[in-house]
Design a protein around this ligand. Structure first.
Ligand code: FAQ
Length: 324
Protein backbone atom coordinates (compact mmCIF):
# COMPACT_ATOMS: atom_id res chain seq x y z
CA UNK A 1 0.00 0.00 0.00
CA UNK A 2 1.40 3.41 -0.92
CA UNK A 3 1.87 6.37 1.35
CA UNK A 4 -0.55 8.42 -0.79
CA UNK A 5 -3.29 5.82 -0.31
CA UNK A 6 -2.81 5.84 3.48
CA UNK A 7 -3.03 9.60 3.47
CA UNK A 8 -6.19 9.71 1.42
CA UNK A 9 -7.82 7.06 3.63
CA UNK A 10 -6.93 9.11 6.71
CA UNK A 11 -8.24 12.16 4.97
CA UNK A 12 -11.51 10.45 4.16
CA UNK A 13 -11.90 9.22 7.71
CA UNK A 14 -11.25 12.71 9.00
CA UNK A 15 -13.80 14.21 6.60
CA UNK A 16 -16.36 11.61 7.62
CA UNK A 17 -15.70 12.31 11.31
CA UNK A 18 -16.15 16.06 10.72
CA UNK A 19 -19.35 15.44 8.76
CA UNK A 20 -20.76 13.23 11.52
CA UNK A 21 -19.78 15.77 14.16
CA UNK A 22 -21.66 18.49 12.30
CA UNK A 23 -24.74 16.29 12.16
CA UNK A 24 -24.42 15.50 15.87
CA UNK A 25 -24.11 19.24 16.63
CA UNK A 26 -27.28 20.02 14.63
CA UNK A 27 -25.30 22.09 12.13
CA UNK A 28 -26.61 22.15 8.58
CA UNK A 29 -24.68 20.50 5.78
CA UNK A 30 -24.28 23.03 2.94
CA UNK A 31 -23.69 22.36 -0.78
CA UNK A 32 -19.98 23.24 -0.61
CA UNK A 33 -19.37 20.95 2.40
CA UNK A 34 -17.89 17.49 2.00
CA UNK A 35 -20.55 14.76 2.35
CA UNK A 36 -20.55 10.98 1.92
CA UNK A 37 -21.65 9.90 -1.54
CA UNK A 38 -24.49 7.82 -0.07
CA UNK A 39 -25.82 10.90 1.81
CA UNK A 40 -25.79 12.91 -1.43
CA UNK A 41 -27.51 10.13 -3.40
CA UNK A 42 -30.15 9.52 -0.76
CA UNK A 43 -30.95 13.24 -0.64
CA UNK A 44 -31.18 13.46 -4.43
CA UNK A 45 -33.59 10.52 -4.34
CA UNK A 46 -35.85 11.93 -1.63
CA UNK A 47 -35.73 15.60 -2.66
CA UNK A 48 -36.27 14.98 -6.38
CA UNK A 49 -39.20 12.68 -5.59
CA UNK A 50 -40.57 15.38 -3.33
CA UNK A 51 -40.23 17.94 -6.16
CA UNK A 52 -41.92 15.58 -8.64
CA UNK A 53 -44.79 15.08 -6.15
CA UNK A 54 -45.43 18.81 -5.94
CA UNK A 55 -45.53 19.16 -9.73
CA UNK A 56 -47.55 16.00 -10.48
CA UNK A 57 -49.77 17.01 -7.54
CA UNK A 58 -50.96 20.01 -9.56
CA UNK A 59 -52.93 17.69 -11.87
CA UNK A 60 -55.73 16.34 -9.63
CA UNK A 61 -56.62 19.85 -8.45
CA UNK A 62 -55.94 21.53 -11.80
CA UNK A 63 -58.71 19.25 -13.07
CA UNK A 64 -61.27 21.35 -11.16
CA UNK A 65 -60.11 24.94 -11.79
CA UNK A 66 -62.52 25.57 -14.67
CA UNK A 67 -65.35 23.89 -12.76
CA UNK A 68 -64.99 25.73 -9.44
CA UNK A 69 -68.45 26.66 -8.17
CA UNK A 70 -67.67 30.36 -7.47
CA UNK A 71 -65.16 33.07 -8.31
CA UNK A 72 -63.86 32.95 -4.72
CA UNK A 73 -63.26 29.20 -4.87
CA UNK A 74 -61.64 29.51 -8.28
CA UNK A 75 -59.23 32.23 -7.08
CA UNK A 76 -58.28 30.10 -4.06
CA UNK A 77 -57.75 26.97 -6.14
CA UNK A 78 -55.72 28.80 -8.79
CA UNK A 79 -53.46 30.28 -6.12
CA UNK A 80 -53.03 26.90 -4.46
CA UNK A 81 -52.13 25.06 -7.65
CA UNK A 82 -49.64 27.80 -8.54
CA UNK A 83 -48.10 27.46 -5.07
CA UNK A 84 -47.57 23.74 -5.66
CA UNK A 85 -45.73 24.51 -8.90
CA UNK A 86 -43.58 26.98 -6.96
CA UNK A 87 -42.80 24.33 -4.33
CA UNK A 88 -41.65 22.02 -7.08
CA UNK A 89 -39.34 24.75 -8.37
CA UNK A 90 -37.73 25.49 -4.98
CA UNK A 91 -37.21 21.77 -4.50
CA UNK A 92 -35.70 21.22 -7.95
CA UNK A 93 -33.33 24.15 -7.32
CA UNK A 94 -32.41 22.81 -3.88
CA UNK A 95 -31.75 19.37 -5.40
CA UNK A 96 -29.57 20.88 -8.15
CA UNK A 97 -27.16 22.03 -5.41
CA UNK A 98 -26.29 18.33 -5.01
CA UNK A 99 -24.90 18.12 -8.54
CA UNK A 100 -27.80 16.83 -10.64
CA UNK A 101 -29.48 18.84 -13.40
CA UNK A 102 -33.18 19.57 -13.73
CA UNK A 103 -33.30 17.73 -17.05
CA UNK A 104 -31.78 14.60 -15.46
CA UNK A 105 -34.43 14.71 -12.75
CA UNK A 106 -37.26 15.17 -15.25
CA UNK A 107 -35.95 12.31 -17.32
CA UNK A 108 -35.84 10.05 -14.26
CA UNK A 109 -39.49 10.92 -13.56
CA UNK A 110 -40.65 10.40 -17.11
CA UNK A 111 -38.84 7.07 -17.46
CA UNK A 112 -40.22 5.90 -14.07
CA UNK A 113 -36.82 5.64 -12.43
CA UNK A 114 -37.96 8.22 -9.88
CA UNK A 115 -41.21 7.97 -7.95
CA UNK A 116 -43.66 10.63 -6.82
CA UNK A 117 -46.21 10.54 -3.98
CA UNK A 118 -48.68 7.69 -4.45
CA UNK A 119 -51.64 9.91 -3.51
CA UNK A 120 -51.55 11.77 -6.82
CA UNK A 121 -52.45 8.61 -8.70
CA UNK A 122 -56.01 8.78 -7.39
CA UNK A 123 -58.66 10.73 -9.30
CA UNK A 124 -60.58 13.78 -8.06
CA UNK A 125 -64.13 12.73 -8.90
CA UNK A 126 -66.22 15.46 -7.29
CA UNK A 127 -65.87 19.04 -6.02
CA UNK A 128 -65.72 17.70 -2.45
CA UNK A 129 -62.49 15.94 -3.41
CA UNK A 130 -60.87 19.37 -3.69
CA UNK A 131 -61.74 19.92 -0.03
CA UNK A 132 -60.41 16.47 0.87
CA UNK A 133 -57.14 17.06 -0.98
CA UNK A 134 -56.50 20.35 0.82
CA UNK A 135 -57.56 19.07 4.22
CA UNK A 136 -56.09 15.55 4.15
CA UNK A 137 -53.34 15.56 1.52
CA UNK A 138 -51.89 18.94 2.44
CA UNK A 139 -52.57 18.06 6.09
CA UNK A 140 -50.47 14.91 5.77
CA UNK A 141 -47.83 16.77 3.75
CA UNK A 142 -47.50 19.42 6.50
CA UNK A 143 -47.06 16.85 9.28
CA UNK A 144 -44.18 15.38 7.28
CA UNK A 145 -42.72 18.71 6.16
CA UNK A 146 -42.75 20.35 9.61
CA UNK A 147 -40.46 17.55 10.65
CA UNK A 148 -38.32 18.05 7.52
CA UNK A 149 -37.76 21.72 8.43
CA UNK A 150 -35.12 20.26 10.77
CA UNK A 151 -33.52 18.06 8.09
CA UNK A 152 -29.72 18.15 8.10
CA UNK A 153 -29.28 19.48 4.54
CA UNK A 154 -29.42 23.30 4.57
CA UNK A 155 -31.12 24.01 1.21
CA UNK A 156 -33.80 21.34 1.87
CA UNK A 157 -34.46 22.62 5.35
CA UNK A 158 -34.85 26.23 4.16
CA UNK A 159 -37.16 25.17 1.31
CA UNK A 160 -39.32 23.31 3.84
CA UNK A 161 -39.64 26.35 6.12
CA UNK A 162 -40.97 28.42 3.25
CA UNK A 163 -43.19 25.67 1.85
CA UNK A 164 -44.82 24.93 5.22
CA UNK A 165 -46.10 28.51 5.48
CA UNK A 166 -48.02 28.06 2.23
CA UNK A 167 -49.13 24.51 2.99
CA UNK A 168 -50.92 25.62 6.14
CA UNK A 169 -53.10 27.96 4.03
CA UNK A 170 -53.74 25.03 1.68
CA UNK A 171 -54.86 22.83 4.54
CA UNK A 172 -57.13 25.52 5.98
CA UNK A 173 -58.87 26.27 2.71
CA UNK A 174 -59.50 22.52 2.21
CA UNK A 175 -60.93 22.13 5.69
CA UNK A 176 -63.16 25.19 5.25
CA UNK A 177 -64.47 23.76 1.97
CA UNK A 178 -65.18 20.41 3.64
CA UNK A 179 -66.88 22.19 6.55
CA UNK A 180 -69.24 24.04 4.20
CA UNK A 181 -70.06 20.82 2.35
CA UNK A 182 -70.50 18.78 5.54
CA UNK A 183 -72.82 21.43 7.02
CA UNK A 184 -74.66 21.97 3.72
CA UNK A 185 -77.48 19.97 2.13
CA UNK A 186 -77.82 16.21 2.65
CA UNK A 187 -76.39 15.70 -0.82
CA UNK A 188 -73.39 17.93 -0.13
CA UNK A 189 -72.77 16.12 3.16
CA UNK A 190 -72.83 12.83 1.31
CA UNK A 191 -70.29 14.16 -1.20
CA UNK A 192 -68.02 15.21 1.69
CA UNK A 193 -68.37 11.77 3.31
CA UNK A 194 -67.57 10.01 0.05
CA UNK A 195 -64.48 12.20 -0.50
CA UNK A 196 -63.28 11.48 3.05
CA UNK A 197 -63.84 7.74 2.60
CA UNK A 198 -61.87 7.64 -0.66
CA UNK A 199 -58.99 9.91 0.40
CA UNK A 200 -58.45 8.61 3.94
CA UNK A 201 -56.43 5.49 3.18
CA UNK A 202 -54.34 6.97 0.35
CA UNK A 203 -53.52 9.89 2.72
CA UNK A 204 -52.21 7.44 5.32
CA UNK A 205 -50.11 5.79 2.61
CA UNK A 206 -48.35 9.11 1.97
CA UNK A 207 -46.18 8.42 5.04
CA UNK A 208 -44.68 5.36 3.38
CA UNK A 209 -44.34 1.75 4.55
CA UNK A 210 -44.21 0.72 8.21
CA UNK A 211 -40.84 1.48 9.83
CA UNK A 212 -40.03 -2.21 9.86
CA UNK A 213 -40.42 -2.32 6.05
CA UNK A 214 -38.87 1.06 5.24
CA UNK A 215 -35.71 0.62 3.16
CA UNK A 216 -34.22 4.08 3.79
CA UNK A 217 -35.47 5.13 7.24
CA UNK A 218 -32.66 3.78 9.43
CA UNK A 219 -29.88 5.50 7.47
CA UNK A 220 -31.94 8.64 6.86
CA UNK A 221 -32.67 8.96 10.59
CA UNK A 222 -28.99 8.44 11.42
CA UNK A 223 -27.99 11.26 9.07
CA UNK A 224 -30.96 13.36 10.22
CA UNK A 225 -32.28 13.61 6.67
CA UNK A 226 -35.53 12.33 8.24
CA UNK A 227 -36.23 13.46 11.80
CA UNK A 228 -39.24 11.27 12.58
CA UNK A 229 -40.18 7.84 11.33
CA UNK A 230 -42.95 6.99 8.85
CA UNK A 231 -45.14 5.38 11.55
CA UNK A 232 -44.64 8.19 14.09
CA UNK A 233 -45.63 10.83 11.55
CA UNK A 234 -48.63 8.78 10.39
CA UNK A 235 -49.80 8.47 14.01
CA UNK A 236 -49.43 12.24 14.48
CA UNK A 237 -51.61 12.83 11.41
CA UNK A 238 -54.28 10.38 12.61
CA UNK A 239 -54.32 11.92 16.09
CA UNK A 240 -54.79 15.46 14.78
CA UNK A 241 -57.31 14.53 12.07
CA UNK A 242 -59.82 12.35 13.97
CA UNK A 243 -61.09 15.28 16.11
CA UNK A 244 -61.46 17.31 12.89
CA UNK A 245 -63.68 14.56 11.44
CA UNK A 246 -65.79 14.79 14.60
CA UNK A 247 -66.19 18.57 14.18
CA UNK A 248 -67.32 18.02 10.59
CA UNK A 249 -69.94 15.57 11.88
CA UNK A 250 -68.87 12.92 9.37
CA UNK A 251 -68.59 9.21 9.97
CA UNK A 252 -65.17 7.71 10.60
CA UNK A 253 -63.67 6.32 7.37
CA UNK A 254 -62.20 3.42 9.35
CA UNK A 255 -64.38 1.62 11.93
CA UNK A 256 -61.26 0.73 13.91
CA UNK A 257 -60.41 4.37 14.67
CA UNK A 258 -60.72 4.38 18.47
CA UNK A 259 -58.99 6.38 21.19
CA UNK A 260 -56.57 4.20 23.14
CA UNK A 261 -56.25 5.63 26.64
CA UNK A 262 -53.23 3.54 27.48
CA UNK A 263 -51.23 4.55 24.40
CA UNK A 264 -52.54 8.13 24.37
CA UNK A 265 -53.18 7.75 20.63
CA UNK A 266 -55.91 6.64 18.25
CA UNK A 267 -55.79 3.02 17.15
CA UNK A 268 -56.56 2.42 13.48
CA UNK A 269 -57.10 -0.37 10.99
CA UNK A 270 -54.39 -1.78 8.73
CA UNK A 271 -53.53 -0.13 5.44
CA UNK A 272 -53.94 -2.21 2.29
CA UNK A 273 -50.22 -2.54 1.54
CA UNK A 274 -50.86 -4.49 -1.64
CA UNK A 275 -52.72 -1.46 -3.03
CA UNK A 276 -49.82 0.79 -1.96
CA UNK A 277 -47.33 -1.49 -3.71
CA UNK A 278 -49.39 -1.50 -6.89
CA UNK A 279 -49.72 2.30 -6.91
CA UNK A 280 -46.02 3.05 -6.30
CA UNK A 281 -45.10 0.52 -8.98
CA UNK A 282 -47.10 2.31 -11.66
CA UNK A 283 -50.43 0.45 -11.46
CA UNK A 284 -52.66 2.93 -9.62
CA UNK A 285 -55.85 4.35 -11.13
CA UNK A 286 -54.15 7.41 -12.70
CA UNK A 287 -50.41 6.62 -13.00
CA UNK A 288 -50.51 6.38 -16.76
CA UNK A 289 -52.59 9.53 -17.18
CA UNK A 290 -50.37 11.59 -14.83
CA UNK A 291 -47.12 10.75 -16.62
CA UNK A 292 -48.66 11.12 -20.07
CA UNK A 293 -49.88 14.60 -19.15
CA UNK A 294 -46.47 15.55 -17.72
CA UNK A 295 -44.66 14.39 -20.86
CA UNK A 296 -47.05 16.32 -23.10
CA UNK A 297 -46.75 19.52 -21.03
CA UNK A 298 -42.95 19.15 -21.07
CA UNK A 299 -42.92 18.70 -24.83
CA UNK A 300 -45.28 21.64 -25.29
CA UNK A 301 -42.81 23.77 -23.30
CA UNK A 302 -39.88 22.95 -25.57
CA UNK A 303 -40.26 26.26 -27.45
CA UNK A 304 -39.62 28.17 -24.21
CA UNK A 305 -36.40 26.24 -23.56
CA UNK A 306 -35.39 26.74 -27.17
CA UNK A 307 -35.96 30.51 -26.87
CA UNK A 308 -33.87 30.61 -23.66
CA UNK A 309 -31.05 28.72 -25.39
CA UNK A 310 -31.14 31.08 -28.38
CA UNK A 311 -31.13 34.13 -26.10
CA UNK A 312 -28.21 32.80 -24.08
CA UNK A 313 -26.27 31.98 -27.21
CA UNK A 314 -26.79 35.56 -28.42
CA UNK A 315 -25.70 37.05 -25.08
CA UNK A 316 -22.68 34.81 -24.60
CA UNK A 317 -21.80 32.96 -27.74
CA UNK A 318 -19.05 31.05 -25.95
CA UNK A 319 -21.24 29.95 -23.00
CA UNK A 320 -22.61 26.50 -22.60
CA UNK A 321 -26.13 26.93 -23.92
CA UNK A 322 -27.55 23.80 -22.37
CA UNK A 323 -30.97 24.50 -20.84
CA UNK A 324 -32.65 22.05 -18.54
N1 FAQ B 1 -45.52 7.37 -2.53
O1 FAQ B 1 -37.77 3.55 2.63
P1 FAQ B 1 -39.01 4.35 2.47
C1 FAQ B 1 -47.48 17.17 -1.16
C2 FAQ B 1 -41.23 4.76 -1.71
S1 FAQ B 1 -45.89 16.72 -1.10
C3 FAQ B 1 -44.61 6.95 -3.43
O2 FAQ B 1 -39.84 4.52 3.68
P2 FAQ B 1 -38.28 7.12 2.47
C4 FAQ B 1 -47.82 18.60 -1.39
C5 FAQ B 1 -39.92 5.43 -1.38
O3 FAQ B 1 -39.68 6.53 -2.23
C6 FAQ B 1 -45.96 14.96 -0.96
N2 FAQ B 1 -43.50 6.28 -3.06
O4 FAQ B 1 -38.65 5.74 1.78
C7 FAQ B 1 -49.01 18.68 -2.22
C8 FAQ B 1 -38.97 4.30 -1.57
O5 FAQ B 1 -38.77 4.06 -2.96
P3 FAQ B 1 -37.33 4.35 -3.70
C9 FAQ B 1 -44.62 14.41 -1.09
C10 FAQ B 1 -43.31 6.07 -1.74
O6 FAQ B 1 -37.87 8.03 1.39
C11 FAQ B 1 -50.29 18.59 -1.69
C12 FAQ B 1 -39.76 3.10 -1.07
O7 FAQ B 1 -41.12 3.47 -1.19
N3 FAQ B 1 -43.89 14.55 0.12
O8 FAQ B 1 -48.27 16.31 -1.04
C13 FAQ B 1 -44.21 6.52 -0.77
O9 FAQ B 1 -37.35 6.92 3.61
C14 FAQ B 1 -51.41 18.69 -2.50
C15 FAQ B 1 -39.43 2.73 0.36
O10 FAQ B 1 -39.91 3.69 1.31
C16 FAQ B 1 -42.64 14.14 0.20
O11 FAQ B 1 -42.08 13.61 -0.75
C17 FAQ B 1 -45.36 7.19 -1.21
N4 FAQ B 1 -46.28 7.64 -0.36
O12 FAQ B 1 -39.68 7.62 3.11
C18 FAQ B 1 -48.87 18.92 -3.58
C19 FAQ B 1 -41.95 14.36 1.52
N5 FAQ B 1 -43.75 6.14 0.44
O13 FAQ B 1 -37.08 5.82 -3.60
C20 FAQ B 1 -50.01 19.04 -4.40
C21 FAQ B 1 -40.51 13.98 1.47
C22 FAQ B 1 -42.61 5.49 0.24
O14 FAQ B 1 -36.30 3.56 -2.96
C23 FAQ B 1 -51.27 18.93 -3.84
N6 FAQ B 1 -40.32 12.54 1.46
N7 FAQ B 1 -42.36 5.43 -1.08
O15 FAQ B 1 -37.56 3.91 -5.11
C24 FAQ B 1 -40.31 11.79 2.56
O16 FAQ B 1 -40.51 12.25 3.68
C25 FAQ B 1 -39.99 10.33 2.38
O17 FAQ B 1 -39.39 10.16 1.12
C26 FAQ B 1 -41.23 9.38 2.53
C27 FAQ B 1 -40.76 7.94 2.27
C28 FAQ B 1 -41.77 9.47 3.96
C29 FAQ B 1 -42.31 9.75 1.52
Amino acid sequence: MTQTHDNSTDNLEQKLAEFEQKIADEQKIEPSDWMPEAYRKNLIRQMSQHAHSEVIGMQPEGNWITRSPSLRRKAILLAKVQDEGGHGLYLYSATETLGITRSEMIEALQTRQAKYASIFNYPTLSWADIGAVGWLVDGAAIVNQISLQRTSYGPYSRAMIRICKEESFHQRQGYELMYEMAKGSAEQKQMAQDALNRFWWPSLMMFGPHDTDSAHSAQSMKWKIKRETNDDLRQKFIDQTVPQIEVLGLEMPDPELKWNEERGHYDSGEIDWEEFKQVINGNGPCNHQRLKHHIKAHEDGEWVREAVRAYRAKQKPQADNQVA
